[in-house]
Design a protein around this ligand. Structure first.
Ligand code: HAM
Length: 450
């Protein structure tokens, strides 16, 4: 049997429902923040990632899926979303819009040839945002507030926001020199990867998991001592904005991030949940004030972040949060007789067109089998079409929960279902605040939290 490629997974059943729930929530959130939806190709010219993400990063040097297309062009499956969105921003001249800043959001699959493990896949899904055209730390704070708000809406409690500043170009250059001088006498104590990082990107030595206990790591020069006045100011204002928004954070001086394009602010949100595992970075991002320019666009600052669906859903599961199954069947239509199948099918379609979620029998089940199927699908109502019903121009409708039975004129079924479903929804709202989490169950808010 042919199996799925290593490090990938299939989506089906309740996992699919959870993803749809998450995507609806993300899309509603982006509407409130007034970000525009963008989509870029899944493959791009390899040079975009070499120049965008950076030659020395693990992602580009070890993890990309590269291939030649039939026209002998070097192509790469995107390992992340930022480079593609920046290319699109430049290529579509979005920088000419008078309504700057451009605030974009996206989601889709990303590909990295990594060692598969819990929370780390070769094909994974990211949701991300990118904001172009403002250097204001208010935008950094807004971007950080997006995942924080999402996690609050989901009821996820065990999270920790970590922030740091990498400073501007000048600050980074001065710090790089200081690191080279500091680590030179300790080169042979460092792991093989860090020895390579020493010449290519010494900043990345600081987030090495292998060497972190070494004395030379602990007493390495601090980035904060090398920040320019402007960078210090930017970071201080960001902290102020986060305080104003009531967002808790810690400053982690070792947070440098694995992508080359960052300047000034970098941040991560970690899952702070017992036994969650080592891949606990739920989302990450930061500012990239030179990336647009480096990819041949006009000098334009940018800031953004991305989160991995899989890790968010793991965190939700680890905290025992139930995502409400929104895809419940409103009514299950049963023809009592083979001759009424067409009528049942027609009613199924009519009700769907009127906005209800409707299921019917496709397997010629008998009445008992159909009742069982309605239960399996969690149908709220069952509509029976029999010969007597047809003669009398009515439907027999059962509330599948209370077992109450109604005889309804066929012309009034839409009105009837509308009314009854609204009643059941109000009842549901009485106990929708599962586990004491902040409620987000119903559009427009829960009756409990009005
Ligand atoms: P990143 O830190 O490489 O940043 O990835 C962001 C998030 O994607 C991670 O925090 C994690 O949740 C998820 N992720 C990354 N790799 C994997 C994987 N192999 N399996 C599962 N999940 C994964 C970026 O991608 C930047 N483009 C973020 C950004 C946007 N910065 C500015 N704008």
């Amino acid at each position: 049997m042919i199996q799925k490629p290593k490090g990938t997974y299939d989506v089906y059943g309740t996992y699919g429902e959870k993803i749809q729930y998450l995507e609806k929530l993300l899309s509603a959130l982006m509407e409130k923040y007034h970000y525009e939806f963008v989509r870029t190709p899944i493959f791009e010219a390899s040079s975009l990632f070499h120049r965008g993400v950076g030659e020395t990063t693990d992602i580009v040097s070890k993890e990309t899926y590269d291939f030649k297309d039939r026209g002998d062009r070097d192509m790469t499956l995107r390992p992340e979303g930022t480079a593609g969105v920046v290319r699109s921003f430049i290529e579509n001249k979005m920088y000419t819009r008078p309504s700057m800043p451009v605030k974009a959001w996206y989601y889709g699959p990303m590909f990295r040839y990594e060692r598969p493990q819990a929370g780390r896949y070769r094909e994974f899904y990211q949701f991300g945002v990118e904001v172009f055209g403002s250097t204001s730390p208010m935008v950094d704070a807004e971007v950080i507030s997006i995942p924080v708000t999402l996690f609050r809406l989901l009821g996820l409690k065990g999270i920790q926001v970590k922030i740091n500043s990498l400073g501007d170009k000048e600050s980074r250059a001065a710090y790089r020199e200081a690191l080279l001088t500091h680590f030179e006498p300790h080169l042979n104590e460092l792991c093989h990867d860090c020895q390579e990082r020493y010449s290519k990107n010494p900043l990345r030595i600081l987030d090495c998991k292998v060497d972190k206990e070494l004395e030379c790591m602990k007493n390495a020069p601090k980035l904060s001592d090398y920040l320019s006045e402007q960078s210090k100011q930017h970071f201080e204002s960001l902290k102020q904005y986060l305080d104003d928004l009531g967002i808790d954070y810690i400053v982690d001086e070792h947070l440098v991030r694995g992508l080359d394009y960052y300047t000034e602010t970098v941040f991560e949100v970690e899952a702070d949940i017992k036994d969650f595992g080592s891949n606990n970075v739920l989302c990450a991002g930061g500012r990239y004030n030179h990336l647009v320019e480096n990819l041949d666009g006009p000098s334009t600052p940018g800031v953004g972040f991305a989160l991995g669906y899989e890790r968010i859903l793991n965190a939700i599961e680890a905290e025992g949060i139930e995502l409400e199954n929104e895809n419940q069947v409103d009514a299950y239509i049963i023809p009592m007789d083979e001759s009424l199948r067409k009528e049942a099918f027609r009613l199924t379609q009519t009700l769907r067109m009127n906005g209800f979620t409707i299921e019917t029998d496709y397997l010629n089940r008998n009445l008992k089998g159909n009742f069982k199927q309605a239960d399996r699908l969690g149908a709220k109502f069952i509509v029976l079409i029999g010969e007597d019903e047809q003669k009398e121009h009515i439907y027999t409708i059962k509330n599948n929960d209370t077992k109450e039975e109604y005889k309804i004129d066929q012309d009034y079924i839409v009105m009837f279902l509308d009314e009854k479903l609204e009643e059941t929804e109000l009842e549901d709202n009485d106990h929708c605040c599962h586990g004491g989490h902040e409620c987000h169950c119903h559009e427009g808010g829960c009756k409990h939290h009005e």
